[in-house]
Design a protein around this ligand. Structure first.
Ligand code: HEC
Length: 158
């Protein structure tokens, strides 16, 4: 009696039938298709997400601008309330202490100097004037207008 032949008997390991080759082809093709879909999705993401990312960065730029204004306003108040103005002048133009703005020294230097002055300025610890306070004072100093040039002041040119 011969064994009934079924499809399973053709699938012996090590022997590839035309059917197996077809299956392999389908597998490769669907892998390529899946890859293409993934790439297309990535491209679509790039194209569609970019503008919104740009919009977002514009929004955050606007936000940081308004927070700049808030920081400057706060710094201006702190410059008075902490008494910086008493020695450095109401417009930070200098007095007993040197001119501080516009074009202030780097914030990192200001932080170091205010905490550990090396001459006659009194020290301000972090407890009194926080880093945020100094950052706001720095923003204020940076925002100060350039003083007019001597040649642009009529009284000095008579
Ligand atoms: C009692 C007067 C006085 C007060 C108040 C004062 N300073 Fe000064 N500051 C000075 C003097 C004087 C100097 C010059 C160096 C020195 O003698 O320590 C100076 C130097 C500085 C410097 C270094 C500038 C440079 O060009 O080297 C910075 C920055 C500074 N002060 C920031 C501040 C800030 C910010 C405040 C307020 C939180 C403040 N100071 C309050 C007197 C003062």
């Amino acid at each position: 009696m011969s064994k009934p032949v079924n499809a399973q008997s053709f699938r012996s390991p090590g022997r590839s039938s035309p059917e197996d080759a077809f299956h392999a082809e389908v597998l490769v093709l669907s892998a390529i298709l899946a890859l293409a879909v993934v790439i297309a999705a990535a491209l679509a993401l790039l194209i569609f997400v970019r503008p919104s990312a740009a919009a977002q960065s514009a929004a955050s730029a606007a936000k940081s601008q308004s927070s700049d204004a808030a920081s400057i306003a706060r710094g201006k108040k702190l410059f008075v309330s902490y008494g910086c103005y008493e020695c450095h002048g109401r417009a930070a133009q200098g007095g007993v202490g040197p001119r501080l703005g516009p074009d202030p020294l780097p914030l990192s230097f200001i932080e170091k100097y205010v905490r550990h002055p090396t001459a006659s300025m009194p020290p301000y610890t972090e407890k009194t004037v926080s880093d945020r306070d100094l950052a706001d004072i720095y923003a204020y100093l940076k925002s100060l207008p350039e003083p007019p040039k001597a040649k642009d002041i009529p009284l000095l040119n008579q």
